[in-house]
Design a protein around this ligand. Structure first.
Ligand code: FAD
Length: 189
């Protein structure tokens, strides 16, 4: 009663996770099924948002790291003119730039996880990480595809799925524009 299922929606990425329409209209939930105090749902959700965003950051870093690993492996194996393309300075510079971004993101994320476990307030840093690292993983995915050439456009190439999956990261769990608003608000800019 008061609840209807709608269509299953086809998405750009995250194909292993279904997304569907759910319609609630005068839907009544028995008191015994209520989580927490009456009227406290929104603050409860807000409190857990840091953890959700941290989870997105960790996933983004993990994917960026795997993309980097795959890219280095490919560039060391794929040869042009008898030489692996990883011996070209242009490719080396691209990989060094990708590695630097991934390493910086990883170091920041490890510190955030440690602070979260210690129970410290990480609202500002989590918002910074959510915006920067989810954009960084998209940059890394783009550069990887570029280095792979036509192979990077084939459905059986790792980068195609990775590119689809990372595109939503700057959007879900609060868009990156909202992350910047949070940082501006909490740092009193
Ligand atoms: C694959 C996927 C899975 C999801 N899973 C979940 C889930 O499990 N649970 C859940 O609750 N939600 C989920 N979401 C929803 C997600 O959190 C929202 O899509 C996201 O927070 C953005 O909200 P919106 O789509 O309403 O965008 P809108 O708020 O409509 O934003 C549209 C654009 O306007 C900009 N904008 C909006 N307000 C402002 C502002 N004040 N200042 C500046 N710019 C602004 C945004 O940055 C964005 O660019 C999911 C979304 C996707 C795509």
């Amino acid at each position: 009663m008061g609840f209807k299922r709608g269509r299953r929606l086809d998405k750009l990425g995250y194909h292993s996770q279904n997304t569907a329409e759910l319609f609630f209209s005068n839907c009544r939930v028995p008191k015994a099924n209520r989580l927490g105090k009456k009227g406290a749902g929104f603050p409860m959700m807000m409190k857990k948002l840091q953890q959700e965003r941290l989870n997105v950051v960790i996933t983004a870093i993990f994917i960026a790291d795997r993309i980097l690993e795959w890219t280095i492996d490919y560039c060391q194996k794929f040869r042009v003119g008898g030489q692996p393309i990883s011996k070209s300075q242009a490719v080396q510079f691209a990989i060094v730039e990708m590695s630097t971004e991934v390493k910086m993101g990883k170091t920041f994320t490890e510190k955030l996880v440690a602070d979260h476990i210690e129970g410290r307030d990480i609202v500002i840093e989590t918002s910074m990480a959510k915006y920067w690292i989810t954009e960084m993983v998209n940059r890394v995915a783009d550069r990887s595809l570029e280095l792979l050439g036509d192979y990077g456009t084939l459905e059986d190439c790792y980068i195609v799925r990775a590119k689809r999956d990372v595109r939503v990261m700057p959007i879900f769990a609060g868009t990156n524009e909202i992350m910047k608003q949070i940082v501006a608000k909490f740092t009193s800019i």
